[in-house]
Design a protein around this ligand. Structure first.
Ligand code: PEP
Length: 241
C-alpha cells in the first residue's frame, strides 16, 4: 500500500506563493510509492492545480454541511468539488478548538463530503490534559462515533490521528504512541475500513520515516513542515523509503 503524505497549509500561501511552491516542489522517486495530497487555502486551489509538476491530490481544509445558503464566508463540499478538490479535511484540531467546531458538526461535514463525492480526511486527537488523565481511548471513541454513521459502506475516507499537544509544538508522539492510537481508531471504526490512517503532529524530514514505519501508520498529515517545498519533498522522500 502506498504511504500517504498530506500537507495542510492552513492560512499560508496565497495563489502566487502556491504557484511558486509547486514550481520548486520536485520530490525524487515518490511517484510509485507515495500518494501526495495538498490542502491549500481555497483561493489557491486553482494555482496549485495549474502549477503542479508531480501528481498531487487536492483538498480543502474545511467545508460547510449545507449545499448552499445564506452562510456568509462558508464554502460547501459541492463547491469544493467543482473547484477541483477531491479531499476535504474535517474536524482539524484548530477548527475544533479555535473555532468551536463540535463533534456533531464534524459528523455533518463528513456526511456532506461523502454526498459531494469528496474523500473526507477526518481529524481526531486528544488534548494533553485528556492524555494525562488516561482518556485517550475515550476521546477517540467519542470523536469517531460522532461521524462513523456517515461512513456506512464508504471506503473512500481517511482518518488523521493528531494529538493536539503535538500540533505545531515541535513535540511528536513516539511511534509506539501513534501505533496505540491508530489501533484504537481502527478498532472503533469496526467494519468501516479507511483508505488510510495518518499520523499528524510536528512531522519533519527527520522523524517521518520512523513514524511511518510504525505498525498501523499509513502516512502523515503535515502542517508547518509542508510549507517549504524542499522540506516537504524531504518528507515525501522519507515515505518512499
Ligand atoms: C496539522 O496542522 O495538521 C499539523 C499536524 O501541524 P504540524 O505538522 O505543524 O504540527
Amino acid at each position: 500500500m502506498r504511504k500517504v503524505v498530506a500537507g495542510n497549509w492552513k492560512m499560508h500561501h496565497g495563489p502566487d506563493a502556491a504557484a511558486g511552491f509547486l514550481s520548486r516542489f520536485r520530490p525524487r522517486g515518490v511517484s510509485e510509492t507515495v500518494e501526495l495530497i495538498l490542502f491549500p487555502p481555497d483561493l489557491s486551489l486553482r494555482a496549485v492545480r495549474k502549477a503542479a509538476r508531480v501528481p498531487v491530490g487536492l483538498g480543502v481544509q474545511n467545508i460547510h454541511w449545507e449545499e448552499s445558503g445564506a452562510l456568509t464566508g462558508e464554502v460547501s463540499a459541492e463547491m469544493a468539488r467543482e473547484a477541483g478538490a477531491s479531499f476535504a479535511l474535517v474536524g482539524h484540531s484548530e477548527r475544533r478548538h479555535l473555532f468551536g467546531e463540535t463533534d456533531d458538526q464534524v459528523g455533518r461535514k463528513v456526511r456532506a463530503a461523502v454526498r459531494a463525492g469528496l474523500v473526507p480526511v477526518v481529524c481526531v486527537g486528544e488534548l494533553l490534559k485528556e492524555r494525562r488523565a488516561g482518556w485517550l481511548a475515550d476521546v477517540l471513541r467519542r470523536q469517531i462515533s460522532a461521524f462513523a454513521g456517515a461512513l456506512e459502506g464508504v471506503t473512500a475516507f481517511m482518518v488523521a490521528y493528531e494529538p493536539v499537544w503535538a500540533i505545531g509544538t515541535g513535540e511528536t508522539a513516539t511511534p509506539e504512541d501513534a501505533s496505540e492510537a491508530h489501533a484504537i481508531v481502527r478498532e472503533t471504526l469496526g467494519a468501516r475500513t479507511p483508505a488510510a490512517i495518518l499520523y499528524g503532529g510536528s512531522v519533519n524530514p527527520g522523524n517521518a520515516a520512523e513514524l511511518m514505519s510504525a505498525p498501523g501508520v499509513d502516512g502523515v498529515l503535515v502542517g508547518g513542515a509542508s510549507l517549504d517545498p524542499g522540506v516537504f519533498a524531504g518528507i515525501a522522500e522519507a515515505a518512499a523509503g
